[in-house]
Design a protein around this ligand. Sequence first.
Ligand code: GDP
Length: 366
Amino acid sequence: MNEMICQGCGAPIQTTDPNQIGYTPKTSLDKEVVLCQRCFRLKHYNDIQDVSATDDDFLKMVSEISNKQGIVVHLIDIFDVEGSLLKNLSRIVGDKPIILAGNKMDLLPKSTNKRKLTQWLRSKAKDIGLTVEDVFLISSMKGYGLNDLTEAIEYYRGGRDVYIVGTTNVGKSTFINRLIHQTTGEDHVITTSYFPGTTLGFIEIPLDAQSSLIDTPGIVNHEQIAHYISDSDLKVITPKKEIKPRVFQLNSGQSLFFGGLARLDFIKGERQSFVCYFANSLSIHRTKLENADNLYAEHKGALLSPPDPESLENFPELKQSTHKINKGKTDIVFPGLGWVSLPHGDATMAAYSPKGVHVSLRKSFF
Ligand code: GDP
């Protein structure tokens, strides 16, 4: 049998995995024009669905981008910068202007210092060898910051194509759907086409007669905590609205559990505030450090949940790292989960996170 190709994006049609490129329900195979579900939804509902690419697909995909003219908008999740900033982006997309857009700003407290946050993003990018033309803070969901970003895109692209690149779950689909509705209105029919020679489903949304906005498949980053937990747990740890900081006054010798996904021990230092920024739906337990190991052994998956029993089946062990802070207001970041801000910034702590998800420190911008 000849391989069937989606008439919209050129991806090989498959009927087994709805989350991968080229998926079509079996019942659609005998239609005259076969479209993958993603193109079908785009065509009929103006709705972009995300698909994920394996590491290999990703390399093939981006090597295509590096041969093309255009600019890259790298969308990241401001609530999970470590998990969503792509470390090898500039090497892979080639010599192109890159705009960094921090999405989901609506989740951060109003007290966030945007200037400091922008500076921090710039320096994070620089640390990993990513030179960015500009940094924007946006909320695709609420529409915040999108006008400034689209103006910048127009400026930098100079008539060329725009590639939207990001890991899964950063809000790429929400972002593109917003742009589509903003620029074309809901009734406009969107056409799709594909890059000759690629086997991947790129979706192109025309910007003008010569150029397009190009959606690239979401890249899977295995360091994201999302990959270790069940869908229902993911709902618990993903903030839905502005995070309300929860403050604990701790003495040394006390510990905090964030569900059963992470833990922070206060080893040494004066009594002080630990300001916790996590999804409001994630429970935080305080306990004595000397009881913490037992509590975890006995209650993970129940009192200390998430992880729920389903997640526990594949959940990595918690790994400890030690952090000594003495440089003023500091955040201890648990990627994908949240962070704890220490306003005094003078303490020794042990942080525990799932193996492969690395705890880091940053100067606080709250
Ligand atoms: P994709 O995998 O990158 O295409 O991401 P989606 O667009 O499917 O979004 C992933 C999740 O993030 C969904 O639950 C969205 O509702 C949510 N999301 C997307 N943009 C925003 C935003 O600006 N703010 C908030 N709070 N959530 C967002």
